[in-house]
Design a protein around this ligand. Structure first.
Ligand code: SF4
Length: 281
C-alpha cells in the first residue's frame, strides 16, 4: 500500500500497536503508537476516523510486543526500503513517533510505561532527540498523575502535546465531541499540560449539514481562548484543522469541509488574540 496524507490505515503494517502514516502537518512519516487497539475512547467525536469506535479506555498493553513492533518499524524506515516502497518521494523523512491511534492514549493504564518503552527504543536506534515525540490527546486525563509522569518523560526528549479543544459552548461540545467536558477542568488540564510539556491546542472546524459554524459558537470559542490560552507560557499556539479525511461515525454524511478561505479568516481572528496558528485545510 502506498501511504498518503489521506490514507491513515492503522493496519497498514499488519501490527497491533505500531503503524506508519504520512503526516500532512509534518511533511514526513509519523510512526503512530496505538494504545487503544480496542477502538475505545472516552469521547465520541462526530468526525472521529476510528471505525467501530466504542466508549471506554485503553486495554492492558503487551509492552514487549509494542517494543518489538517499534523496533521492526524503525529498522524498516531507517535501514530498509520501506520508504522507497510505501512513501511518496517528497515525504521520505522520519518526523516523529506519535501516541495516537484508535482512542484516547491517556486512558491507557500503561501510558507512562509505553512512553518509557518508546524512549528506550528510540535511544537504541540512535533517534532520541533526533525526532519529535508527539501526544495527540483530548486532554481529559491530564490531571491524572500517571499521565503527568508520561508527559514529563516525553518532555525530556523533544516531546510535544496536541491538546484537543474544539468548542466552548455546550451545544457545540455535544455536537462535535459527543460530550460536555467541564470547561473549568479543561482549563486546569490545559494549564497543567503547558507546565509539563510544550503544548499546542488542536481545533477542528467543519460544516454541519452544509452550515458554517455560527457566530455564537465561534465567539464562545475565541472568548475561551482569550481567557485561558492567550499569553500562556508553554503554549505554542493553535493547530487549526479542516476536515481532511472522512469520519467513520454515523454523523459522517452531515459533515463537510469548510472553504480554505473560511479557515484562514478564522485563523486571523485567533491570531488577533496573540496566538500563533497553523492551518491545515
Ligand atoms: S478524542 Fe480522538 S479518538 Fe476519541 S472520539 Fe475524539 S477523535 Fe476519536
Amino acid at each position: 500500500m502506498r501511504l498518503t496524507t489521506r490514507v491513515h490505515d492503522r493496519d497498514s503494517a499488519g501490527m497491533v500497536y505500531v503503524y506508519p502514516v504520512v503526516s500532512r502537518r509534518a511533511g514526513g512519516v509519523s510512526v503512530g503508537v496505538n494504545l487503544n487497539p480496542n477502538n475505545a475512547c472516552n469521547w465520541r467525536c462526530a468526525y472521529c476516523q476510528v471505525p467501530g469506535l466504542v466508549h471506554g479506555s485503553g486495554p492492558r498493553i503487551d509492552l514487549a510486543q509494542l517494543e518489538s513492533e517499534l523496533d521492526r518499524m524503525l529498522t524498516a524506515l531507517t535501514e530498509g526500503d520501506y520508504m522507497e516502497r510505501h512513501v511518496p518521494p517528497e515525504a521520505r523523512r522520519l518526523n516523529d513517533v506519535a501516541f495516537s491511534g484508535n482512542g484516547e492514549p491517556t486512558t491507557s493504564p500503561h501510558f507512562a510505561s509505553a512512553v518509557r518503552s518508546v524512549v528506550e527504543r528510540l535511544g537504541a536506534h540512535g533517534l532520541l532527540g533526533e525526532i519529535d515525540l508527539v501526544l495527540i490527546t483530548n486532554g481529559s486525563s491530564i490531571h491524572a498523575r500517571r499521565v503527568q509522569d508520561g508527559l514529563r518523560a516525553m518532555a525530556a526528549h523533544r516531546g510535544v502535546a496536541w491538546f484537543k479543544f474544539d468548542r466552548a459552548d455546550q451545544a457545540g461540545q455535544l455536537r462535535w465531541n459527543g460530550n460536555r467536558p467541564d470547561l473549568t477542568r479543561t482549563a486546569e488540564n490545559l494549564e497543567r499540560c503547558c507546565e509539563l510539556i510544550p503544548t499546542w491546542i488542536q481545533t477542528l472546524m467543519a460544516a454541519w449539514d452544509g452550515q458554517e459554524p455560527g457566530q455564537a459558537e465561534c465567539d464562545a470559542y475565541l472568548d475561551w481562548l482569550a481567557t485561558h490560552a492567550a499569553g500562556r507560557e508553554g503554549l505554542g499556539g493553535v493547530l487549526l484543522y479542516g476536515l481532511a479525511r472522512p469520519s467513520h461515525q454515523p454523523e459522517a454524511p452531515r459533515l463537510s469541509a469548510l472553504p480554505a478561505a473560511w479557515l484562514e479568516a478564522f485563523a486571523e481572528r485567533i491570531r488577533a488574540l496573540g496566538l500563533a496558528v497553523r492551518v491545515s485545510p
